[in-house]
Design a protein around this ligand. Structure first.
Ligand SMILES: NC(=O)c1ccc[n+]([C@@H]2O[C@H](COP(=O)([O-])OP(=O)(O)OC[C@H]3O[C@@H](n4cnc5c(N)ncnc54)[C@H](OP(=O)(O)O)[C@@H]3O)[C@@H](O)[C@H]2O)c1
Length: 352
């Protein structure tokens, strides 16, 4: 017998200020790197100390725009900089493994943009190298570190939802077709699944764990990468996850966890700071939680950086919240889905 709670426990956010501080080095100053640096400098004590681009003038422009003191002429120089504690890899997916290994070989901790790599096999190579070098490595799956996620984790742990039977989540966005751009180009690891499908897939793994069975159906772009995909993940308990991703249309970007005691429905842009409603399974009782931190959208990238600094100061080489095993398991699901869709791209053929 479950009792629906009368209130929600307070959300315990990762403290953004006052903890250990890392000197960050940005490798590949593109769009998200700008958002990351801005979020760090705006909301945390973390400091970006150096940046490197394949083109030195791009690194100089980026450094000037974000107040970064050191500019390097190559990625190799950046990872060799003794004044850099951790390298943030923000390049296209196809480059993640090579550049993560470059930083690890130089003895640097590394935070790699999502997805950790193109496939589970590549991700395992990164994990092995980081373990061997004794450095910290993590995928920048920032949603895992948001206050709402920590609160949902607590509700799941305390059994407030009962046995989880169904997870539903979607992330679709309308991207302009560019065969050379990283979203559509197979050579850069394009496709909906690796780029944005990773969020609903990660969410299912977060709520239910790694699925023994994956069924995917979808369509490809004219460049041969996955344009959209519907996934059913099936679990030994009978639980299921219904997930969708597309680069052809904007979808609600919502997520639901339905359990035997209660249903939790995350608001739109579930992967960013948002809110949720918890509803009892057998009555109209509801509780509402909204993120009132004032941290919006990609400013939420700040939480993962503050968490990484704390993890490293505590002697971890992986995040207890988002370990490499989770990144690898999510990529196994993506491998399976891409394989079933026949999506092309480097190292995309490791389907189960
Ligand atoms: N967490 C999030 O919310 C979020 C949001 C968007 C994207 N991302 C992730 O962040 C990564 C980068 O995405 P983005 O949108 O920032 O990409 P972007 O604007 O295209 O920037 C990527 C950067 O990578 C560098 N690069 C290195 N090798 C490259 C190559 N072969 N082709 C093209 N660029 C190359 C380029 O910088 P230089 O040439 O100057 O070195 C480029 O500016 C992806 O993994 C993506 O999934 C995360």
């Amino acid at each position: 017998m479950s009792l629906f709670p009368t209130t929600l426990p307070p959300a315990e956010a990762i403290p953004l200020r006052g903890g250990p501080v890392l000197r960050w080095g940005v490798l590949a100053p593109g769009r998200i790197a700008g958002g990351f640096v801005w979020a760090l400098h705006q909301h945390t004590d973390q400091r970006v100390h150096a940046v490197a681009s394949r083109a030195p003038e791009r690194a100089s422009r980026f450094a000037a725009a974000y107040g970064i003191p050191r500019v390097h002429e190559s990625y190799e120089q950046l990872v060799a900089d003794p004044q850099v504690d951790i390298v943030y890899v923000a390049s296209p997916h196809s480059e993640h493994k090579r550049q993560a290994l470059l930083a690890i070989a130089a003895g640097k901790h590394v935070l790699v943009e999502k997805p950790l790599a193109l496939s589970a096999s590549e991700a395992r190579d990164i994990a092995r190298a980081a373990h061997a070098a004794g450095v910290f490595a993590m995928e920048a799956l920032w949603s895992r570190f948001l206050p709402q996620t920590l609160l949902i984790e607590q509700l799941l742990r305390e059994g407030v939802l009962g046995d989880v039977q169904l997870v539903m989540a979607d992330f679709g966005g309308r991207f302009d077709f560019d065969p050379e751009g990283r979203v559509f180009n197979p050579a850069l690891g394009g496709g909906a699944l690796l780029d944005i499908g990773i969020y609903p897939i990660w969410f299912a793994h977060f709520a239910l764990g790694a699925p023994p069975r994956v069924h995917a159906t979808g369509s490809l772009t004219q460049t041969g990468v996955d344009a959209q995909a519907a996934l059913v993940l099936s679990y030994a308990t009978g639980a299921q996850a219904l997930l969708h991703t597309t680069v052809l249309a904007e979808t609600p970007q919502e997520a639901v966890i339905a359990g035997t005691h209660a249903r939790l429905q995350l608001d739109s842009r579930f992967f960013a700071p948002s809110g949720f409603t918890l509803k009892a399974a057998r009555s109209d009782q509801r509780l509402r939680w909204t993120d009132t931190s004032g941290i919006h959208g990609s400013e939420g990238l700040a939480y993962q950086a503050a968490a990484v600094a704390r993890h490293i100061a505590e002697g971890h080489t992986e995040s207890p919240l988002h370990p490499l095993e989770r990144s690898i398991a999510v990529l196994e699901t993506i491998d399976a889905a891409r394989g079933q869709l026949g999506a092309s791209g480097r190292d995309g053929g490791s389907a189960r």
